[in-house]
Structures are given as structure tokens and as C-alpha cells.
Design a protein around this ligand. Structure first.
Ligand code: TYM
Length: 334
């Protein structure tokens, strides 16, 4: 890995099955950008503990996400792909940064409000300080750019605020990171209800398309996508279902809105939905195949997990030591 490039950092929670919102909103941009940066991609397994998890399932889901990163096209020799929990500096920096983050800032986080409403029986303090762990992830690596979906915008702004606050007291300790959002699909909506973002927790199984869904399933879900009662494929606020499909098609093909409107001029929604379904299914097929190969190669994946955790820990420890010194923690005697 070239160490003279700027750093790119991103992560996904250890949810197991990634959907096309994760893919087109974030992962595909990671792949597009990875040659320009020194890249770190974590499976956020500590973040996943903010909701109750079955231990065996969590381990499996975390490994599945890590394999998905590789299957989608990130070369683990060039990109540092690792489990967040394997680098203890994340938890250590979180404690320190908790002391530089205000309760009022954390109470304003929409994800905290949404998740506490969804898990009313388990509003734990991890859920509340979730964004501080995320800020620590990013700041530990002296990150310049963080490619994420639109739903992470507020967390990125808080990360910048925390970093600026810390720097204003102690000097230039942290690089101030910028969020990166893709041109299309920064917010992929549910196919069953285009007013809500696509999410694994969608009650309607047709609303969410998984990267590992087979071709028939993907096409069937697109065919059932909720749209309006008109027929013209036009990008307009009044047609949220069609807008969402156009955004997905843009992200999948790189075509512009104008090109897409022209391509389907006079063709109707049925033909358009089928084209989107086929294009997405064809893009997912090689990922599914590579994922199956990786699942069968335990030794290879274990090797990646080991060496990349060491690489990440080395980089993170440099920032952590600097922070510990700045805030006045006693130096280690070696
Ligand atoms: P997570 O695991 O919910 O989502 C992973 C990535 O997928 C994006 N995403 C979407 N993009 C477009 N449309 C959607 N419907 C959609 N759903 C999800 C998310 O924006 C994200 O980029 N807190 C983070 C994980 C995290 C992290 C970090 C990210 C932990 N530490 C450090 C960046 C940097 C999360 O819960 O993402």
C-alpha cells in the first residue's frame, strides 16, 4: 500500500447481507476511488453491538461483510480490509473523544432518534455514543475522504466538529475529513415504498434487493416496484418510484438522466423496470460468484483478516499515541 497518498476510510456495519443501497450508495464508490488513495475499509462489528445480537450469528455476519468487500472488487492486497474490533485503538480513542463531544450534539442525531424509536426496549448508551465511535474510526487514520451514502451526512459533520474542536485546543492532531457522495444513488429508496430508504429492516421483502439475490429474484422485485399510474419514464419529484429506479439505473450504467429518458421514450414502465432489473442482476452475478469462491477458501480469508488487522493497528496506534500525549496521559516506559 502506498503510504504517500491521502487516506480514504469507510465502513459498514456487520449486518451480513448487503443490499443495493449499500452497494450503489457506498461500496461501488469505494471501488471507483480506491486507486487514488491509501484505503482502509472496516467491518463495523463494534457498532453492531448497539442492538442485541446472537454471538454466533454476529461472527458469521461480520465475516460475510468482509468477504463481500473483496467479492465486490476491493483487492485486499492493496486495500486494508479489517474488523473494527481487531484494532483496540478504536475503542480507546472513542473514550477520549466522548469527553470532547456534547450530549446536546448526540441528542440531535437523527439515526439515534430513529433507532431509539425502533428499539425502545434497549436504548443503551452505545446507541447514543455511536457517532463518537464512528468519528474515532475515521480520525484514527488521518482520513481525508469518507465515501458514504447520504444517511451518514450528519455523522460526518459531527466528526468534523469533534476534530476541529480537538485541533483548536491541541494543535493539528487530526486531518479534517470530507464526506464523498456519489452522483447517483446516494440515497436508494425502498422499492415497496419510495418515501423510505432501502433497508434490511423493510417489512416488505420486495422493497430490498440484496447483492446476493439471484437473477430471477432481482428481476421479480424490480417488476413489482411501486410506481405511479402514469407511463412516461421521466425524472420528476412527482414520481418518486420512477426517480428511484432512474437513480439506480444511472448508478449501474453511468448514463445520464437525459440519456435514460431518451432510451425509454414511449416504452412504458414495464420495459424500463425489466431493463433496470436485468442490468442490476448482471452487475451482481460476478460478485455472487466471487463470494461463493471466497466462502470456500477459509485459509485465504483468514490470512487477509490477520495481516490487514496488523496493518490497520499500526496506522491507528500512531494517532492514538499522539492523542494520549496531547491530552496529558502519562507516557509509557519502554
Ligand atoms: P451502514 O452499515 O448502515 O451502511 C453502510 C453504507 O451504506 C450506505 N447506505 C446507503 N446508501 C444509499 N442508499 C441506501 N438506502 C443506503 N443504506 C445504507 C451508508 O450510507 C453507508 O455508507 N455508521 C455507518 C458505518 C460506519 C462508518 C464508519 C461509515 C461505522 N464507522 C466510519 C464511514 C466511516 C453505518 O451504519 O453504515
Amino acid at each position: 500500500m502506498a503510504e504517500d497518498k491521502k487516506v480514504l476510510y469507510s465502513a459498514m456495519q456487520a449486518t451480513g447481507a448487503l443490499h443495493i443501497g449499500n452497494y450503489y450508495g457506498a461500496l461501488k464508490n469505494w471501488i471507483n476511488l480506491c486507486d487514488e488513495y491509501e484505503c482502509y475499509y472496516a467491518v463495523a462489528d463494534l457498532h453492531a453491538l448497539t442492538v442485541r445480537q446472537d454471538p454466533a450469528e454476529l461472527r458469521k455476519k461480520a465475516r460475510n461483510v468482509l468477504m463481500m468487500f473483496i467479492a465486490a472488487g476491493l483487492d485486499p492486497e492493496k486495500n486494508c480490509i479489517y474488523f473494527q474490533s481487531h484494532v483496540s485503538a478504536h475503542a480507546e480513542l472513542t473514550w477520549i473523544l466522548n469527553c470532547f463531544t456534547y450530549m446536546g450534539e448526540l441528542s440531535r442525531m437523527t439515526q439515534f432518534k430513529d433507532k431509539s424509536a425502533k428499539h425502545a426496549d434497549n436504548i443503551n448508551s452505545g446507541l447514543f455514543t455511536y457517532p463518537v465511535l464512528m468519528a474515532s474510526d475515521i480520525l484514527l487514520y488521518q482520513t481525508s475522504v469518507v465515501p458514504v451514502g447520504e444517511d451518514q451526512r450528519q455523522h460526518l459533520e459531527l466528526t468534523r466538529d469533534i476534530a476541529e474542536r480537538f485541533n483548536s485546543i491541541y494543535g493539528d492532531v487530526f486531518t479534517i475529513p470530507e464526506a464523498y457522495f456519489g452522483k447517483a444513488a446516494a440515497r436508494v429508496m425502498s422499492l415497496a415504498d419510495p418515501s423510505r430508504k432501502m433497508s434490511k429492516s423493510d417489512e416488505n421483502p420486495n422493497g430490498c434487493i440484496y447483492v446476493l439475490d439471484d437473477k430471477d429474484t432481482i428481476i421479480r422485485k424490480f417488476k413489482r416496484a411501486i410506481t405511479d399510474s402514469e407511463t412516461q419514464v421521466v425524472y420528476s419529484d412527482t414520481k418518486p418510484g420512477i426517480m428511484n429506479l432512474i437513480d439506480i439505473y444511472r448508478a449501474a450504467t453511468g448514463k445520464s438522466v437525459e440519456e435514460i429518458e431518451k432510451e425509454f421514450d414511449g416504452k412504458g414502465y414495464g420495459e424500463f423496470k425489466l431493463a433496470v432489473g436485468e442490468t442490476v442482476a448482471d452487475a451482481m452475478a460476478p460478485i455472487r460468484n466471487r463470494y461463493a469462491e471466497l466462502s470456500a477458501d477459509k485459509a485465504y480469508v483468514d490470512g487477509i483478516i490477520k495481516t490487514n488487522a496488523e496493518r490497520a493497528a499500526y496506522k491507528a496506534s500512531k494517532t492514538l499515541r499522539k492523542v494520549q500525549k496531547k491530552v496529558g496521559l502519562p507516557e509509557r516506559i519502554r
